[in-house]
Design a protein around this ligand. Structure first.
Ligand code: ATP
Ligand code: FE2
Length: 340
């Protein structure tokens, strides 16, 4: 019953670090059979961890059922269960972990706790064919430039305060923009920015290899409130400044590591302007550029399922009594023995 390592083995992965509840099912060979995501959209304001967790608990069964149906398998066909163990919001993580533990105990199969940031990189490699990339992971909660070195994904640069996606979201909310299903705030800002022409000077903060977006955010909100500039120009300038910061750090990581691939992922990776900027520096360094398709760039269960498989094949299992969630589990704390 426990984990036959054949092509008929399946892993179900649960993702619940923040506002999305996702369930993915993958074969041990990396064929993604299902990837169902249910996003929590707050009525107004930012994410309230407890309300998002309540959403996850409410939709959990439905999302699981849908995933089994899509994959065309039954719970009994599973060999392992994986879940995102961190980093993330406590109540959200705990909800996903509870579902994962219950399933693993009921089916009497191994449980594997997965680091959410590692999972973004692994699904990126699986889906794009990149083998050893410098990864720029930019989302609502994360801004990380990383690359593999000596057994781990090292963090070359990261945000010291708010994440890039959050910076765009907060600005959009301040500007009274509306978020619709399927159109995140970042996409709304992107549309407006496309009609911006005037580049307004805004704080650009790269300290060593780390970035800070909070000064930039405060400055652009202050300008917004003054009402002297067009919203399009503010969006354009915000994007140009913030994206230049992440591009600078990614380029320096690329120059330093001399890797030959660049991978762009996370919700913000959908942005065409950012894609162009990262592609340009990749080309300058003769590196291949890949961007993750949205389904696998945003928080999703498939990435957790796939990373669970990689870890499990290398002997990693998480006993239930050690399956507590890790709110601040850093990418570079995780050993990744499956990477050469
Ligand atoms: P994480 O838990 O990894 O931090 P998340 O919960 O923020 O992820 P994602 O879906 O990966 O979820 O990312 C959402 C972010 O992506 C939001 O900040 C959103 O505004 C941003 N985003 C989405 N589309 C675009 C776009 N076209 N341009 C810029 N930002 C975008
Ligand atoms: Fe994420």
């Amino acid at each position: 019953m426990k984990g036959k390592k054949t092509s008929e083995s399946y892993c179900l992965g649960i993702e619940s670090t923040a506002d999305d509840f996702g369930v993915g099912i993958s074969t041990f060979n990396g064929k993604i059979l299902a990837n169902i995501i249910s996003a929590y959209i707050p009525p107004e304001g930012g994410i309230h961890p407890r309300e998002a967790a309540r959403h996850h608990a409410k939709v959990g069964n439905k999302v699981l059922e849908e995933a089994f149906q899509k994959a065309g398998i039954k719970p009994r066909d599973l060999s392992i269960i994986s879940f995102s163990q961190g980093p993330g919001l406590g109540p959200c993580l705990r909800t996903g972990a509870t579902v994962a533990r219950a399933l693993a105990s009921y089916l009497d199969i191994p449980l594997v706790g997965v680091n959410h940031c590692v999972a973004h990189i692994e699904i990126g490699k699986l889906k794009t064919g990149a083998e050893d990339p410098v990864t720029l992971y930019v989302s609502g909660g994360n801004t990380i430039v990383s690359a593999f070195d000596s057994g781990r994904y090292r963090v070359f640069g990261e945000t010291l305060d708010v994440a890039l996606g959050n910076c765009l979201d907060v600005f959009a909310r301040e500007a009274g923009l509306h978020q619709r299903v399927g159109e995140p705030f970042g996409a709304v800002v992107e549309k407006l920015a496309a009609n911006g022409k005037k580049l307004i000077h805004l704080p650009y903060t790269v300290k060593g290899m780390d970035m800070s977006f909070s000064g930039l955010l405060t400055a652009v909100i202050n300008l917004l409130k003054k009402g002297e500039y067009k919203l399009e120009d503010l969006c354009y300038s915000l994007q140009e400044t913030a994206f230049s910061m992440v591009t600078e750090v990614t380029e320096r990581a690329l120059a330093h590591t001399e890797k030959k691939e660049v991978l762009l992922t996370g919700g913000v990776a959908a942005n065409k302007r950012l894609q162009l900027m990262i592609k340009a520096i990749a080309e300058e360094h003769d590196a291949d550029f890949s961007v993750m398709p949205r389904e696998f760039a945003v928080d999703n269960g498939a990435m957790i399922a796939w990373t669970g498989i990689l870890a499990y094949k290398h002997g990693v299992v998480t006993p239930i009594e050690k399956s507590f969630v890790k709110l601040r589990w850093r990418l570079d704390e995780v050993e990744v023995p499956w990477v050469e």
